[in-house]
Structure formats: C-alpha cells, structure tokens
Write a protein that binds this ligand. Structure first.
Ligand code: KG4
Ligand code: ZN
Length: 351
C-alpha cells in the first residue's frame, strides 16, 4: 500500500485486569507498549473483581495513554486510528476503554476501531513474526481454549473448543487449590519446576479421541482428589509434584489435540506450509511452548508463539488488530456497543 508515512494506531486494552495502551505502526514496529497490572488490587480477593477492575481502569487509563503517547513521541492528532477492545470481557472495563477511544477519535476526527480481544490475540503472531494467512491457531487464555484456522482478518474456521472449563481457568483453580496464589498460571509454572510430574497419575481428558475439542474439568477434579487423598494439607513438595503433574497432563492434551488439528489443516490447505501459532496468556508457559514446538516439528510444521509479554493481555495486540482492520475494511461507527460476549464466529457477520 502506498503510505508515505507508516500508518500508526493507538490501542487500548481494558477487558480484564490490565490497563494498557500502545502505539504500533504498520511496518510492525511497537513504538510504545504500556501495561499497568492491577494484580495488587485483586490479590486479596483471590481473583479479578469486576467492579474494582472497572474503577481502576477509569482511574488510570488517561495517564497510561499519555505515557504511551510520550514514549512513542507522537501526538494523538498525528495518529491514523484509535483502537480499543470492544469485547469480549468484563463489561465495566470494556466500556471504559471504548468510551475513551471514541472520545479521542471524535475530538481528533480519527477512525475508531472496536477490536475483538480474541482476534487481537489471534493476529499478534503477524505483528511479531509476520506469519502469513492461513495458519492454525491454538488460542489458550483465561476464558478460552480453541483451535481455529485463521484464514484472514475476521475470517476463522473453528476446529475445536473446550467443552467445559477454559484452560487458564484450570490453571487458576489448580493454583488456588494448591495454595500457590494468584494469578495461577505463572504460579503453577514456577511450582512445577521443582516437581515430579510422574508422582501423581492424572487423567488426560479426550486424549486419543477423534477431533479437536478439549475438556479440563475431569483433570481439575482429579487434582483436587489427589490433594485430598494425601490426608494432610499439601506440603510444598506435594504442591510442586501436583503442579508438575497437572502441567504435564495439560501439555499431553494440547499436543494430542494439535496433532489432529495440524492434520485437518493440511487436508484443507495441502499447498500451505503449516504453521501452528499459540496465543493467549497460557501460551506464555515455557513447558507448553516446548511441547507444542515438538509436536509441530514432528508433523513438519513450524510453531510460532509471541514473546510471553505479548501473549498475556497487552494493548500492542489491540493496536495491531486495529491496523489490520483499517487495512482491510472500514472503521467502526461511534454507536458501537461494547460486547461482553463476542465469539470469533460472529466477527465476520458483524462487519
Ligand atoms: O490472555 P490473558 O492474559 O487474559 C485473557 O484474555 O483471559 O490470559 C490470562 C490467563 C490466566 O488464566 C493466567 O493464569 C494464564 O493466562 N497464564 C498462564 C501463564 N501466564 C498467564 N498460564 C500458564 N502459564 C503461564 N506462565
Ligand atoms: Zn486475553
């Protein structure tokens, strides 16, 4: 495309417990990427409290945007668009981000883009690694666990999804049960480093079955039962062994499902060199990343996962998704309504 100056977009992310703003340009440069975690606000409650999150976003978003602007050295008026997560997510926070983005867009006469948070995760590998469409996507986050083929912007084919818990939820509940603290994913990963994954025999739900669906509730129950069977509160070593066992079971399930999905991808796109992209907060996990690399390479595919800080929630991915949307279609209008639920399947129809 014939831009003299690269297109530059501000992204805003407020759908969960990170208040984030970033400026990204369409030559795949992250000019600034500011993330304020609200972890300390939520820790006393052992989980994210939606009301506290919404109020904290409101309190901090303006100064986070100012920092993103200053670090990039770009006035808001010089931007080419303002993108905000429009859903899915905790609605109070999403409203704060969307209203702020609309206000800037209206005041500066700039395009406004309502970005689907899942699509922002899905497109991040194109920002970091320039991955071409189509590719296989394993989306593993706090609220989701899905395998999809990403055919283009707004175009996805769902191959499988979780039948019960999201994968991040399974990590978070396991951490809580083992007294490892919050947030659960990084805590389980850290504890597992000192653990013996073979000490407890834990199930691998759906492993060996046809298809690409997932299930985690049986695994979660098995971890709880194993902890109860100890007959005492888990010691640090018990917790480490259970965390390692849980993580190994999850890795086994993910690789089994990805093996099927890679075969399906090749059936549908026989001429495309297969790439498995992992995205979402759980893709920050090193054990899972290396298991996914191994299974991909065994099937002649390559594996791409963004650096961990771009797997967990951030605004650079929202800005990038905004750029991709501006390049392929029209921006959104200012009457866009924030969407607490917004499945990827509804994306194409909504545009
Ligand atoms: O993508 P994300 O930041 O927010 C959502 O869109 O949901 O994902 C958050 C989830 C949480 O469940 C968190 O425990 C998990 O990602 N997570 C991890 C790791 N880092 C974050 N899970 C496993 N290992 C990690 N290192
Ligand atoms: Zn996310």
């Amino acid at each position: 495309m014939g831009y003299m100056i690269p297109m530059r977009v501000l992204g805003i992310e407020t759908s969960c417990d990170e208040t984030a703003a970033a400026i990204v340009s369409d030559d795949r440069t992250i000019l600034s990427n500011v993330v304020l975690s609200q972890l300390d606000d939520h820790r006393p409650f052992g989980g994210v409290v939606p009301e506290i999150a919404a109020r904290a976003h409101l309190e901090h978003l303006d100064s986070i945007i100012a920092r993103a602007r200053d670090e990039a050295g770009i006035e808001l008026g010089a931007l080419d668009g303002i993108a905000a997560t429009g859903g899915p997510g905790l609605i109070g926070g999403v409203i704060v981000g969307v209203m702020t983005a609309k206000a800037i867009a209206a005041a500066r006469d700039l395009p406004f883009i309502a970005v689907n948070h899942l699509e922002a995760h899905a497109l991040t590998a194109r920002l970091t690694d320039d991955v071409a469409f189509p590719y296989l996507l394993l989306l593993i986050s706090g609220g989701h666990c899905q395998l999809l083929i990403v055919e283009g912007v707004g175009r996805h084919v769902l191959l499988g999804t979780t039948m019960d818990d999201a994968i991040g939820e399974a990590f978070d509940k396991t951490a809580k049960l083992l007294g490892l603290g919050f947030p659960g994913g990084p805590a389980v990963e850290a504890a597992a480093r000192d653990g013996d994954p073979a000490r407890f025999r834990l199930p691998r739900p759906l492993k060996g079955r046809a298809g690409c669906d997932f299930s985690f509730s049986g695994l979660k129950t098995a971890v709880r039962q194993a902890a109860l069977d100890l007959g005492h509160d888990p010691t640090a070593q018990d917790a480490a062994d259970l965390a390692a066992g849980f993580q190994a079971a999850v890795a086994d399930v993910l690789t089994d499902r990805c093996r099927h999905a890679l075969a399906e991808f090749t059936t549908r796109h026989p001429d495309v060199p297969p790439v498995l992209v992992a995205a979402g907060g759980v893709a920050a996990n090193q054990t899972l990343r290396s298991a996914l690399t191994t299974v991909s390479e065994a099937q002649g595919a390559s594996m791409v996962a963004p650096p961990p800080a771009l797997c967990t929630d951030n605004a650079a991915m929202v800005a990038w998704a905004g750029i991709e949307r501006l390049r392929t279609g029209a921006p959104d209008t200012l009457d866009f309504r924030p969407r607490p639920r917004w499945p990827l399947a509804e994306l194409h129809a909504a545009q």
